[in-house]
Unconditional design. Structure first.
Length: 468
């Protein structure tokens, strides 16, 4: 397999692939910064379980919405420069916390969490940029390698809890800065974007800035009740407000893409596979400390183990999908997610059994992520950048709801069973849809016929390629 992988890497620009991987890897590390530090942070903030879930979920939601804005921006400008800008924005929270002389308030941490989301939004740039340097027949494997930047969550678990115990959680965040600097240097010298561009850079940049500022306001205003909702209902409605904000400033081509049935099915699948991975990674330290009373550092190490499992298996999911198609592979991965969630919904396993189940769950997340994005460039060869942003956003929204719903379930019932039951039902629904769509998807997923997006009339192709 290693010889086959090396041969594959020689079919394109491997330096550009490495740059994309490191960009996504460090962005992912910064994105999930709050997760392993949350047990330290809540000691000084005095938050309820629902507020704890909201705090770690805000960067996840921010990345979800910003992925659409960055995907739109990527369609108009060189991804290399966009990546460098994203790295600079991602460095602001750790720099601020390093030098801020006071204890940060909850609202301030929410605003900084929005900026952390820029790191997670790197997905919408790193993946299509990596794919643009390789032929279509190896997209599943290449995108799987680039997206294995999920391994950044491993650094979170290993790196930040010990530093927080030694220097305090705010100063521990500064450990992300050398990683971001390394990614910036490699991206500057090795990054390359061969994707076609269209639209207006100025309009796309203004949309991104408006989305970023609007999200910061919404994330602070919603829990304070400024928008007319209060308590848990306000927390659950934040993604709706965020989507409405993003939709108001984005071009028509995104709204056109949402009219397709396949878009919504793959959105649901990715909100479960990637949303499960990132949402669980942001909450797993809190869950293990609350449920099994594990030491904070040990909980962080387990987070690293789980994240490593999911991240390393993502390329394998893409390779398997290249061989048998993502349609067939997803049946097994979604089934595994549904069964594991159902197990946690029915009873609280012992710590040893729980670790085994969570390893299996993360394996299914990682394999499912790779298999899902094998389908995207095949189904939408003319709009891969746009669809990467939309579907990636759905994954982030799924990741927002996971910690929030688990926190609410814990606060209302005293256990996490109801939260896991909700996720088991969603995974089962997605599995049923994949089985129902199998006959329609397999021909283009196996390269037997061109996908509908590739054979649409020229007028429709042009309409999809230009902004308002």
């Amino acid at each position: 397999m290693m010889k086959e992988l090396l041969t594959l890497l020689r079919t394109g620009n491997w330096r550009a692939l490495v740059a994309s991987f490191l960009y996504f890897d460090t962005g992912f590390t910064v994105w999930l910064l709050y997760g392993p530090l949350a047990p330290y942070m809540i000691k000084t903030l005095g938050l309820t379980p629902a507020e704890q879930g909201f705090l770690v979920a805000v960067p996840v939601l921010a990345a979800a919405i910003l992925r659409v804005a960055m995907g739109n921006l990527y369609q108009t400008m060189d991804g290399r420069w966009l990546a460098l800008g994203g790295i600079a924005l991602s460095a602001i929270p750790p720099l601020f916390l390093l030098f801020y002389p006071l204890a940060p308030s909850f609202s301030l941490l929410i605003v900084l969490g929005i900026l952390l989301g820029v790191g997670g939004a790197s997905f919408a740039v790193a993946l299509p940029m990596a794919g643009s340097n390789y032929p279509a027949k190896v997209q599943g494997t290449v995108l799987g390698i680039a997206a294995a930047g999920n391994i950044g969550a491993v650094l979170d678990g290993f790196l930040f809890p010990p530093l927080a115990a030694q220097f305090g959680w705010a100063h521990a965040t500064a450990a992300a800065l050398p990683l971001l600097a390394l990614a910036g240097v490699i991206m500057f010298f090795w990054g390359k974007d061969n994707a076609p561009k269209s639209g207006h850079v100025g309009q796309a940049l203004a949309s991104f800035a408006a989305t970023l500022a609007g999200l910061a306001f919404l994330a602070v205003a919603t829990p304070l009740g400024w928008l007319g909702l209060h308590g848990k209902a306000a927390l659950l409605m934040l993604p709706v407000f965020g989507v409405l904000l993003a939709g108001s400033v984005l071009p028509q081509r995104y709204r056109l893409a949402l009219r397709e049935r396949d878009t919504w099915v793959i959105i649901l699948i990715y909100s479960i596979t990637f949303g499960g991975f990132v949402g669980m990674s942001s909450y797993i330290s809190l869950l293990l400390v609350s449920l099994y009373h594990l030491p904070k550092i040990e909980a962080g190490m387990l987070m690293a183990l789980f994240a490593f499992t999911g991240a390393m298996l993502r390329p394998l999911g893409g390779m398997l999908a290249d061989r048998v198609s993502g349609v067939i592979a997803l049946r097994w991965f979604l089934g595994g997610i549904a069964l594991t969630d159902a197990a946690f919904a029915l009873w609280t396993p012992s710590p040893t059994v729980a670790v085994a189940l969570l390893l299996f769950l993360y394996a299914c997340f990682g394999l499912g992520n790779g298999a899902t994005f094998q389908l995207v460039p095949l189904r939408w060869p003319l709009k891969t950048g746009i669809m990467t942003g939309i579907i990636g956003a759905a994954g982030g929204i799924g990741g927002f709801y996971l910690p929030v719903i688990l926190g609410i379930a814990k606060e209302e019932t005293g256990t996490y069973h109801l939260g896991f039951a909700c996720f088991a039902l969603l995974a089962t629904t997605a599995l049923g849809l994949v089985l129902a769509m199998r006959r329609h998807w397999l021909p283009w997923a196996r390269h037997e016929v061109a996908a509908p997006d590739a054979v649409s009339p020229p007028a429709l192709q042009n309409a999809a390629a230009i902004s308002d």
